[in-house]
Design a binder for this molecule. Structure first.
Ligand SMILES: NC(=O)c1ccc[n+]([C@@H]2O[C@H](COP(=O)([O-])OP(=O)(O)OC[C@H]3O[C@@H](n4cnc5c(N)ncnc54)[C@H](OP(=O)(O)O)[C@@H]3O)[C@@H](O)[C@H]2O)c1
Length: 244
């Protein structure tokens, strides 16, 4: 799928990896819509930057723990650009939830944002893609879907669910829509990671370094522009974190 002239929706696009994807896909000629939740100032700045570069863009606030807001965000993007050709489910929340103290509210919050929302975003964009017999969905998973961290079980279970969701959506939307996932390893440390924790993460990675947002951008470009013959797959981009 050539990106030039296509319409992309990226969830959680105002910061970090989502922002890198917004900028990269806009540079490839796509009209890029993205959602944000709390990062309104960053979202506005990003839209201003894209406008300055004459890239068509659109930002919608949507709390993805609310399914109604998901449907509204998709409708707003379709109203603005006419359709959605590529959905990237990137928004995520992440915090420790030790087994002894995690609450039902923690579970719902982490699973709703990381797993339920990607399902309902897919449900909302699917009719247009099926009608046009063309479209792609890319879900951001995590290496912890395969090797869970004991202090983050609801998050890891949600990301494992994202892997199952990806495979199931690939079946449900075949043969014209391809659905894949990217499972990053250490790319951008969470803001609260201590230097000691960052060092430990590197020690456990074969390549002994952090990746960069560009590694994720290139993987997404491969899954969009590089091939239309991959579906139901998870590409692990982790510097060998899973195998160390
Ligand atoms: N960074 C890494 O190294 C890494 C590693 C493994 C997996 N991943 C996965 O890759 C994706 C992107 O990573 P990242 O580090 O860039 O993600 P992130 O910074 O943790 O989160 C991205 C965005 O998600 C949005 N978000 C959180 N709760 C939301 C809610 N209730 N409604 C709507 N949006 C919400 C936030 O938007 P606002 O700021 O607007 O609130 C945030 O900017 C995620 O799915 C993550 O799990 C990343």
């Amino acid at each position: 799928m050539r990106l030039a002239g296509r319409v992309v929706l990226i969830t959680g696009g105002a910061k970090r990896l989502g922002r890198a994807l917004v900028l990269a896909l806009a540079k490839r000629g796509a009209a890029v819509a993205f959602t944000y939740n709390s990062s309104e100032a960053q979202a506005r700045r990003l839209v201003a930057l894209l406008e300055k570069r004459r890239h068509p863009s659109f930002a919608a606030r949507a709390d993805q723990s609310d399914v109604g807001q998901i449907a509204l965000a998709v409708k707003a993007v379709e109203k603005r650009f006419g359709r959605i050709d590529l959905l990237i489910n990137s928004a995520s929340n992440f915090y420790p939830t030790p087994l002894a103290s995690a609450t039902a509210q923690d579970w719902d919050d982490l699973v709703d944002v990381n797993l339920r929302a990607p399902f309902f975003y897919a449900q909302a964009v699917a009719p247009g893609m099926l009608k046009r017999k063309s479209g792609k969905i890319i879900n951001m998973a995590d290496v912890s879907a395969f090797n869970p961290w004991k202090e983050h079980l609801p998050y890891c279970a949600a990301k494992a669910g994202v892997v199952a969701l990806t495979r199931g959506l690939a079946k449900a939307l075949a043969p014209h829509v391809q659905v894949n996932a990217v499972a990053p390893g250490p790319i951008l440390p969470p803001p609260d990671l201590t230097p000691a924790q960052a060092r430990r993460a590197l020690e456990k990675t074969l390549l002994k370094r952090w990746g960069s947002p560009e590694d994720i951008v290139q993987t997404v470009l491969y899954l969009t522009e590089g091939t239309d013959f991959v579906t139901g797959q998870v590409l692990v981009v982790d510097g060998g974190r899973l195998f160390s």
